[in-house]
Ligand binder design. Structure first.
Ligand code: NAD
Ligand code: UFG
Length: 338
């Protein structure tokens, strides 16, 4: 079975390509490299020992996509390509809607014209907004997003749902990721943020490696066990394996399926600092700052549905997530740049 992976040179995409190849699938990558290094593909090939057809192309470029579909004839698409910086999206809403929504519409049109109606879409726990309850099950109502990035995920879920409702030949899986961290055990691929990281774990690893002086903890007055925000961190390799398992929901007649991909366990910011220090022996100095706009107190999943229907469960705990994030950062202090 051949899988076209859009955004396959990115953080989650590159780890998923490794697991697809390990599971015996043929992966083809399309990425415009707007947020990825051209070095990723060679590193993934070094891990798996298999060649990966790579197309440097934009999913908004219909002509390029048509050529790729004609040449590769994929059976299914795993669609990671998109812009994902929450803060940036507030200042650049048009760019986010255009890239993420228009890009996906073009991709879907090329897919159906080529008779490929199987897609796994990267969604996010952000669609739950401030969740109505925790642990968050898939039945939890979608909420109000606090930024354009979140709305693109919300809208694309709706578009895919409507498309599948109208044409039952489509098989659609919406995967709602919680907070992916960690990296491949080899330490050769990992998260490579541009500039100062927005997310907690890359910020911590950059403090640990000496690139940043201290962590800023955004608020210690939330209604949580220690006042700092609680999230469901998941190892990126577990997340990648969730995609491999989700492929079985692209069998004919599967319809629309939605799954949370999380561990079901919530850790606070200070829990993460402590676990990182214990796992790596690195001290993480921090200061308490005011809350970050748009943040919520607590967000963690119920991982039951994916366990029951996909036979998928996260294997890695917080210690391995911290160790593997640190291995990647310490082996590659400047990410993919020499
Ligand atoms: P990433 O930025 O590392 O990967 C996205 C990839 O898509 C990049 O390689 C980028 O170059 C590519 N891309 C962007 N626009 C494109 C376009 N128009 N054409 C072709 N390629 C394009 O991000 P990631 O963390 O690997 O996230 C992958 C997906 O998962 C994204 O859709 C993201 O929104 C979603 N997601 C991520 C998180 C997270 O915390 N990392 C959480 C929930 C959902
Ligand atoms: N935090 C800090 N300091 C930092 C960065 C983060 O204290 O420098 C705190 C945040 O306030 C929050 C927690 O660490 O309490 C996690 O923050 P992240 O920015 O790492 O992650 P978020 O939960 O805010 O959001 C991430 C992605 C979203 C995605 C969501 C899914 O950025 O795109 O996970 O749950 F939708």
């Amino acid at each position: 079975m051949k899988i076209l992976v859009t955004g396959g040179a990115g953080f989650i995409g590159s780890h998923t390509v490794v697991e697809l190849q390990n599971a015996g699938y043929d992966a083809v990558v399309v990425d415009n490299l707007v947020n990825a290094s051209p070095k990723v593909i060679a590193r993934v090939e070094a891990i798996t020992g298999k060649k990966i057809p790579f197309y440097e192309a934009d999913i908004r470029d219909r002509e390029a996509l048509e050529k790729i579909f004609e040449q590769e004839k994929p059976d299914a698409v795993i669609h990671f390509a998109g812009l994902k910086a929450v803060g940036e999206s507030v200042g650049l809403p048009w760019e986010y809607y255009e890239n993420n929504v228009s890009g996906t519409l073009t991709l879907l049109d090329v897919m159906r014209k080529n008779g490929c109606k199987n897609i796994i879409f990267s969604s996010s726990a952000t669609v739950y907004g401030d969740p109505a309850f925790v642990p968050i099950t898939e039945e939890c109502p979608k909420g109000t997003c606090t930024n354009p990035y979140g709305w693109t995920k919300w809208m694309l879920e709706q578009i895919l749902t409507d498309l599948q409702f109208a044409d039952k030949e489509w098989n659609v899986v919406l995967l709602r990721y919680f907070n992916p961290i960690g990296a491949h055990k080899s330490g050769t691929i990992g998260e490579n943020p541009n500039g100062v990281p927005n997310n907690l774990m890359p910020y911590i690893t950059q403090v640990a490696v000496g690139k940043l002086p201290q962590l800023h903890v955004y608020g210690d007055d939330y209604d949580t066990h220690d006042g700092t925000g609680v999230r469901d961190y998941i190892h990126v390799v577990d997340l990648a394996l969730g995609h491999v398992k989700a492929l079985k929901k692209l069998e004919p007649g599967s319809g629309l399926n939605i799954y949370n991909l999380g561990t079901g366990v919530g850790y606070s910011v200070l829990d993460i600092v402590k676990n990182f220090e214990e796992a790596t022996g690195k001290k993480i100095p921090y200061v308490i700052d005011p809350r970050r706009a748009g943040d919520i107190a607590t967000c963690y999943s119920s991982a039951k549905k994916a366990q029951e229907e996909l036979g998928w469960e996260a294997q890695y705990g917080i210690k391995e997530m911290c160790e593997d994030s640190w291995r990647w950062q310490s082996m590659n202090p400047n990410g993919y740049d020499e």
